[in-house]
Design a protein around this ligand. Sequence first.
Ligand code: G6Q
Length: 544
Amino acid sequence: MPVEPAPLTTRPAWLALESQAQILRTTHLRQLFAEDPQRGERMTLEAVGLFLDYSKNRVTDETLKLLVELAEQSQLRARIDAMFRGDKINVTEKRAVLHVALRAPRSARISVDGENVVPEVHAVLDKMTVFAEKIRSGNWLGHTGKPIRNVVNIGIGGSDLGPVMAYEALKFYSDRRLTFRFVSNVDGTDFAEAVIDLDPQETLFIVSSKTFTTLETITNAQSARAWLLARLGGDEQAVARHFVAVSTNATEVAKFGIDTANMFGFWDWVGGRYSMDSAIGLSTMLAIGPEQFRDLLAGFHELDEHFRTAPFARNLPVLLALLSIWNNNFLGAETVAVLPYDQYLKRFPAYLQQLTMESNGKRVQVDGTPVPVATSPIYWGEPGTNGQHSFYQLIHQGTRLIPCDFLAFTESLNPLGRHHDLLLSNVFAQAEALAFGKTAEEVQAEGTPDWLVPHRVFAGNRPSNTILARRLTPAVLGRLVALYEHMVFVQGAIWNIDSFDQWGVELGKVLAQRIIPELEAPREPPLAHDSSTNNLIRRAREGK
Ligand code: G6Q
């Protein structure tokens, strides 16, 4: 295990950054740009096809130097090495954290407890490939002899958000003869609406659940089973032709009636929110085909290698994490808006919410003592330009500091007249407006009456990053996801927290198990909750 770093707020770089923040809290980006005409070219970084412009952050060269020192003083290098080596860095669950092994080339060696896991990873990928080819070619037949045309992924959290996001992001590359649906919510509406227009004879369900015990997923899978059997004459043998599983739990998969020959495995060293490139990505592979799925993995791997080898000052995920720490811990921002200017990335912010907030929404350090500073900011967002017509008002003129990550592509996948230039002009204009704003003098000079001037002033000095790539391809998506995965890792390393557990989701699950029989009992059982919960349960029973 790496040497424990000094307490966070006593690290020399932390202390120096606090003094820096005193100055930079009142320094305007207008001034920083005026002082250095090259700033917009200098404060950029290009690697593996991703271009990051971070010049519109309230930082100087000195700030960046100190942030890199903070990473060093936080033992980041040792932590990166420990992850790639397969050490059990998820300390509360005593697990290795090896999503990087999921995209390692066949020739790589990555060991967990002395065993090289790369051959198993590729064995599963090969099995997925054979299956995907059968479905895509129409050679896999349903119970009544018809080829599969509809694929429904049933899963939740890490077993849903990645697959949905990737399907939407890579729709351009997908086989349009196949229809994809994603069911996650235990609200019956989700399932009912997903299958409403599907022919069961042509429908395949992928039950995606690492544990195969998750309430929502198992309930939805059972409803899917009942839906299918009711429509295909009740023959239990139909299940094997219409259900496959992605799981680590063969026993439960078999109990459900799914042939374990049609189970695609993964491992306890893959966290749910880090699993879209494991067999959990089966729906993605079915949509875009095995070859393009491997391109996606190759993209992840390129970013992994960049992260592992690039010096911190020239390392995309490290830089992105350090800037987020600067904005969050030193300038007091509490959220980060992720704003993709690409309609295909419409689910990317939702995906990132889980990745960032489930990973780093922690209040204690790895040794159980409180983290002395704020941890994960709140990540949220919507695609541009839609967001501009709703919440951007608050970012421009509200009282809060909201750093933004703008994502855009220089080439459109759907070139259509002027659309793409209009789209890009908007993303660049937003970053410019946020940084530089509009002064009272400028507003006055336009002839605005005095009383209206304050309403029309834009203070500016709102930080943003702009990430540009040429084209949204499977490989580029892999790089983008890996970029944020490793950014989260770096944040967690600096805060000295376990980014890979999620105990915070447990309590609600346990309490729900207690309430289920209280709602289902024919006569009201004794209720021993607080008066509010008791009352809500009574009202729900009455309203049934
Ligand atoms: C992610 C979490 C969580 C998990 C879901 C689904 O990191 O662990 O979101 O993915 O609870 O779990 P199963 O895959 O076990 O059904």
